[in-house]
Write a protein that binds this ligand. Sequence first.
Ligand code: TMP
Ligand code: ASP
Length: 239
Amino acid sequence: MKRLSEIYSGKAKTVFRTDNPEKLIMEFRDSLTAFDGRKKSTAPKKGYYNAQIAAKLFQLLGEKGVKTHFDSMLSKTEMVVDAVDIIKIEVIVRNIAAGSLTKKYPFKTGQKLDPPILIFDYKSDEYGDPMINDDIAIALGLATKDELFRIRELALRINSILVEYLDERNLLLPDFKLEFGRLGDEIVLADEISCDTCRFWDKTTGESLDKDVFRFDKGDLVAAYREVARRIVPEIFAD
Ligand code: TMP
Ligand code: ASP
């Protein structure tokens, strides 16, 4: 597979065309931002750890029957994915109250949310990713009613699979963000699942092992990402 021109460069990933029009390359970079890009940094190997974590979790979901855009890894940081039509909704699943939920509503950090809370945000830098409901999503033409139903169903299924898998690795999953895309007449999981897009807490200590380390200056970001990688993709530390 040949990497061709760049299509889009986001805050932490760059997407390239390939010689196969049905496939793209998503490169995970070492840069990171928070608070709508107001805080910026780079962290060595961060792209590598996130790419490996995302690949492993996409494969796990695939084995459990959840279709994703994952195809293969081209290198340590380059993922080959299906070219999908991205749905401009950020789907946030919350199992434990944290982050903005505790700022906007009277939830206490650490409070269990059972059943999980699903939130839809409009994926738009221009509008600051505002929270939307089904009526707004449909009126804006972001997705149909049937697609929203399917997205909800998939997000909850993905959540159950991840919570169980991570629990076995002594990790809690307070919340995370998903993006979906259209591929033919199916809705598939796209974007990434990584330390940038999830909150991971050590089950024993409650320590943050995700981008909150960067957002709130909680310590060594690379050490936190490496620790999650150690638990999810131990095979990359074999030699
Ligand atoms: P929040 O508490 O800041 O709303 O974040 C909820 C979850 O969504 C958290 O796991 C981080 C993830 N997230 C993203 O991946 N991208 C974003 O732009 C935001 C705001 C959150
Ligand atoms: N707002 C997002 C976050 O904090 C990403 C960003 O602002 O760059 O996760």
